[in-house]
Design a protein around this ligand. Structure first.
Ligand code: ASP
Length: 436
């Protein structure tokens, strides 16, 4: 029988009523056999996430200060959930043990991970499912990088012995047994790892949003939901700033060809967004629009640069020497541009320009700041005539000047660079041209 792995985000486990929702979702389908919980999130706008409170406990304890206040609030949240669900008291002893250990920890990882750990304990007790400590099945190497193969082997072997189990998200263990966490939002990665290990037919990622939206709702009013997208489209949109799923969560499931379904706990009847290895159907020309501000472009000009062997390498060498990653490199006949992240460039710009001049003896080097990049992504654009005309027409009508264009030959996306001040106008114009 097929296995579905489910991950529930913090907002889906923020109080006892949400625990009940989660249980009814799990019980609605017996193929949902493994569940990965986050730590309880916010119940209302200015509430705190348990994970944030835990980081605060660590910071206070590390400074030799008392951490009773944040810890008391964490204890209260778990006690509230346990009481409302009439769970036995056993987990109280766990909480005391955590409290004692916090001041002994050098790094915040152990402390931060306890939100998921305790949440997992409560959820397992409530569901009557087995609890598997992530420290026993998810492993990192000495450098804190996931040991994917060992993890996969141990996870597969362990889970085969449990029909229904709760495995807390966000953490695992180092070779010396210490707890180590992924970066924030990392329960998505834990879920993907478990899905790969049990060869799940589907990885359901339950959250508080209806799915992946075609554009940022803070810019476009009521953007449409994307019903399906491919892993490659997801990568392009995430790179440009669309965030629903942790970036590292893609690799394990993509490797195993397992589809991901983003679902909303608030609207479990809604099918959400499916992320699939390949899509045979195309719903629309474009799948989504994403972008962000904060780029600079360095334009190097030199007549006959095309005839000079190693020109591009020398420009990139200068960038590399400054320890900066380059984002894009559009080029013209006698010009080559390097698009860089403004934050990485800060404090290094003068030195970088000087090195480019030394290494390439150009006719000119100019730096333009305040560039925003917008990616219009869609598998439906491939071999479709007129897509770029539509896009650039929309920008022209909106009065937006395009400062840079970059279309990969995969035809999966068109990236345009515009002035930061035009960013929102441009996103809305593109959305309107393709969607409305
Ligand atoms: N609880 C952790 C965080 O707040 C991990 C997660 O929710 O995925 O980042």
């Amino acid at each position: 029988m097929s296995i579905v792995v489910t991950k529930f985000g913090g907002s889906s486990l923020c109080d006892a009523a949400r625990f009940q929702n989660v249980a009814s979702i799990l019980r609605a389908d017996s193929s949902r056999r493994y569940v990965i919980p986050s730590a309880p999130g916010k119940r209302f706008d200015d509430d705190d996430k348990v994970t944030d409170l835990l980081y605060r406990c660590h910071a206070l304890a590390a400074g030799g200060e008392d951490f009773d206040e944040p810890f008391g609030r964490i204890a209260e949240r778990f006690a509230g959930i346990a009481q409302a669900l009439s769970l036995p008291d056993g987990w109280q002893a766990e909480l005391d043990a955590v409290r004692q250990r916090i001041p002994m920890e050098e790094t915040p990882d152990y402390t931060a991970s306890r939100g998921e750990y305790l949440c997992g304990r409560l959820l397992a007790a409530y569901l009557g499912w087995d609890f598997i400590d992530a420290a026993d099945v998810i492993f990192f190497d000495e450098n804190g990088r996931l040991d994917a193969e060992k993890t996969n082997a141990v996870c597969a072997q362990t889970l085969a012995e449990h029909e229904f189990a709760v495995i807390p998200g966000f953490y695992g263990s180092m070779p010396d047994g210490r707890i180590h966490t992924f970066s924030r939002g990392g329960s998505d990665v834990s879920g993907a790892i478990v899905a790969r290990a049990v060869l799940a037919s589907l990885y359901e990622n339950w959250t508080d949003v209806p799915g992946f939206l075609m554009a940022d709702p803070r810019i476009v009013e009521n953007p449409r939901l994307i019903s399906s997208l491919t892993y490659r489209e997801l990568r392009e949109l995430s790179y440009m700033g669309a965030s629903v799923l942790h970036e590292d969560a893609v690799f394990p499931v993509r490797k195993a060809g397992i589809p991901v379904n983003i679902r909303s706990t608030v609207h479990p009847e809604h099918p959400g967004t499916r992320i699939v290895p390949r899509a045979d159907t195309v719903d629309a020309t474009i799948t989504g629009i994403a972008g962000h501000k904060g780029f600079s472009v360095i334009t190097v000009e030199k007549a006959m640069m095309n005839a000079e062997v190693g020109f591009g390498r020398r420009v990139l060498q200068a960038v590399e020497e400054q320890g900066i990653c380059f984002e894009h490199m559009p080029s013209g006949i006698d010009t080559l541009c390097v698009v860089l992240d403004q934050k990485q460039l800060a404090g290094r710009q003068e030195q970088l320009v000087r090195r480019i001049v030394e290494l390439t003896e150009p006719d000119s080097v100019e730096v333009h700041e305040n560039l925003a990049l917008i990616a219009t992504v869609g598998r439906g654009m491939v071999r479709q005539r007129g897509t770029s005309a539509r896009l650039f027409g929309a920008l022209m009508h909106a009065g937006v000047n395009v400062r840079m264009i970059d279309q990969g030959s995969s035809e999966l996306n068109i990236i345009v660079g515009v002035d930061t001040a035009d960013f929102e106008t441009a996103v809305r114009a593109i959305y309107r041209a393709f969607v409305e």
